[in-house]
Structure formats: structure tokens, C-alpha cells
Write a protein that binds this ligand. Structure first.
Ligand SMILES: [Zn+2]
Ligand SMILES: [Zn+2]
Length: 351
């Protein structure tokens, strides 16, 4: 096992390149001191690929700079480890789990980090050449797995997989997915892989087309005058399950309106507010309304297993890949060209 001294040796090299959000939709890529291993359970990771997420877009467009290197959908190679690290070694390929749990409570020991009552912030830094993360935030992937697939295993696939597990999605279920951004498309992929039949709802034709490629039986433009009739025509008595992956006000009510009596609506998109009638929307229809945030380690393992079996491949949603030096172009594509851009990855030179 490499010691802290090896980490020091890596630091002799030089400063790294990292992207800094400057506030108000500007970003600069500049030399930044290498992050350092500061605790015996930490590891240094050379980032190979990192997704740009809707959350990043919001932080990028905010007036205030975040004051740290962002990027939370990273995958890369471990290059040095602290003295107490036992589960990963230099050379290992890993996906980086964002949320830092306390590491000691029953939830953390079971890999259910989002349930930890004493979380300690998050691992960002995917928009730099190197990042430091606690050992327990590094989820190993096979060395022959493409970096692009590895970095999509956490947020993009793991988040809908956890929601599908909680719901739960069963074989033959009719599932309506509202919103076909990367997480919604991930929900389509996961539901299809679990044997469900899927209707994909999104105003953008390119997203509905990709959902169809991912196995959705039918698409629906929510702006169409007869959108709800289209949903009812396909679901008959209503959907067994619906996933709100939009974060848009009102979409959660639509997710409830799609259901058959006794059905379940899952909220994954970060919808911050809604008002509804518990009697009309839930009680009188025996409906269930659930939520799910991010993923647990078991969901990562399940996604990886399905991916290795050839049953879960998110790669077609990656419409653009940009090197770190051109990350501004990636944000421009996401913000100004949603009709041609779905998922953007930032990659290191040569990966
Ligand atoms: Zn994300
Ligand atoms: Zn904990």
C-alpha cells in the first residue's frame, strides 16, 4: 500500500488545471494547487471523466461563485492513498460517490449514506485534474469499463435505480416517466432493464427519440392539447408507477394524475414546492407518493451488474464530450442548445 510519502511525491509535479465558476455563467480554467491528502483515510484520484449535471448548471448560473472546484459525477484512477486506506490502491479505477457520511453509523455501514444523520459535506472537484476523497467514497469499477460509463453509474443511473428499488418497479409494470433529461432517461433505462413498460413524457423531440431508443414504448409531448388523453389511452386504468424527473412545479401532480388507483408516484426531480389536495390526489385513490434522493451503494452495485450484463447502457445519452479546457463550451451547449444536447461529459486529455 502506498503511503502518504507517495502522495507527497505526486504533489512535487506541479499545479493542476481546474475549472472555477466565477459567478453569473462564467468559468475560467486555471492552474490551481494540487489537492492534498490530509487525513489517513483519504485518497488522491486523477479524474478521467466527469458529467455536467443540472445542479452544476444552476450553480454555474448563480450570481455568487461557489468558492470551490465543482463537479460531482467523476470517475478516475486512484494515484495515491493515505496510510489507513485498505480497500482501494493506486491504479484502481473508481467512480466517486458525492455525499460524505460519518462512516460509523448503521446507515453508513450499509452504504445508505443519504440516510446518515451526520453527513460531512460532499466530494466535489471533478472539474479539476485531481481530487481528494475519503476511501469510502470511492466505488471500484472494472479497469476495462469506459470512463464515460463509469461516471454515469452514480447520479445518472444510480439515482433512478434507488427510486425504482424503493417504488418498487416490477416486471410488467406500466411506468410513466415525466421529464427525459439525463436522470429521466436513466429512469427509462432502469425501468426497461427491470422489465417494465415505459411511456416517456418530454416536450423535446430529441429526448423522446432517445427514450424510444432506450426501450420506451411510446412518447408524449406534455404540451400537446390531448397529452393527458394520450397517457390514459396507453395506461388504461392508469399507470402502476410514475416518476417525476422534471423538478418543474406541477409535474408531481401530473405524476399523481397518471396513476391507476393504488399506484405510486416517485419524485426524483428537485421540485421545491407544491400544493395539493391529499383527499383528491392520494386518499381517495389509495395512491402512494414517494421520494428518492441520490443513491445507496447497493444501487451502484446493481447498476454495474446490469451494465456488465449488457442490459444498461447510458452511453447514447452522451451527446457531447469536451476537454476540461473547453468546459465553457460544454455549459454553452447545455444551456443554449437543449434541442441537440442531452448529456455533456468533461474529460481529461487522453482519456
Ligand atoms: Zn449530478
Ligand atoms: Zn453515518
Amino acid at each position: 500500500m502506498t503511503s502518504l510519502n507517495a502522495a507527497e511525491a505526486v504533489h512535487e509535479v506541479s499545479a493542476m488545471l481546474a475549472a472555477w465558476f466565477e459567478g453569473s455563467g462564467t468559468v475560467s480554467v486555471r492552474e490551481t494547487p494540487d489537492p492534498r491528502i490530509q487525513a489517513p483515510d483519504e485518497c488522491l484520484v486523477r479524474v478521467a471523466a466527469c458529467g455536467i449535471c443540472g445542479t452544476d448548471k444552476r450553480i454555474f448560473l448563480a450570481l455568487q461563485p461557489p468558492g470551490q472546484v465543482m463537479g460531482h459525477e467523476a470517475a478516475g484512477e486512484v494515484v495515491a492513498v493515505g496510510d489507513a486506506v485498505t480497500t482501494v490502491a493506486p491504479g484502481d479505477h473508481v467512480a466517486v460517490y458525492n455525499l460524505i457520511g460519518c462512516g460509523a453509523c448503521p446507515c453508513c455501514r450499509q452504504g445508505r449514506i443519504t440516510w446518515c444523520a451526520a453527513t460531512r459535506g460532499s466530494v466535489n472537484g471533478g472539474y479539476g485534474e485531481l481530487l481528494v476523497a475519503p476511501e469510502r467514497n470511492l466505488l471500484r469499477v472494472p479497469a476495462d469499463l469506459a470512463w464515460a460509463r463509469a461516471c454515469l453509474l452514480t447520479d445518472v443511473l444510480g439515482t433512478p435505480m434507488k427510486a425504482a428499488r424503493i417504488a418498487p418497479v416490477s416486471e410488467g409494470d406500466r411506468v410513466v416517466v415525466l421529464g427525459c433529461g439525463p436522470i429521466g432517461l436513466g429512469a427509462v433505462l432502469v425501468a426497461v432493464a427491470l422489465g417494465a413498460r415505459v411511456m416517456a413524457v418530454d416536450p423535446l423531440a430529441n429526448r423522446r427519440a432517445l427514450a424510444a431508443r432506450f426501450g420506451a414504448e411510446i412518447g408524449c409531448d406534455p404540451g400537446a392539447a390531448d397529452a393527458l388523453e394520450q397517457v390514459r389511452a396507453w395506461t388504461g386504468p392508469g399507470a402502476d408507477l410514475s416518476f417525476d424527473c422534471t423538478g418543474a412545479p406541477g409535474a408531481t401532480l401530473t405524476a399523481l394524475d397518471c396513476l391507476r388507483p393504488g399506484g405510486t408516484a416517485m419524485c426524483i426531480g428537485a421540485n421545491l414546492e407544491m400544493s395539493f389536495s391529499p383527499w383528491r390526489h392520494i386518499i381517495s385513490r389509495d395512491a402512494k407518493l414517494g421520494g428518492s434522493w441520490y443513491l445507496h451503494y447497493e444501487d451502484f452495485a446493481r447498476c454495474l451488474a446490469l451494465m456488465r450484463a449488457g442490459l444498461l447502457d447510458p452511453l447514447p445519452m452522451v451527446t457531447h464530450t469536451v476537454p476540461l479546457a473547453r468546459i465553457a463550451h460544454g455549459f454553452d451547449l447545455l444551456i443554449n442548445h437543449p434541442d441537440e444536447c442531452i448529456k455533456v461529459l468533461v474529460t481529461a486529455e487522453g482519456s
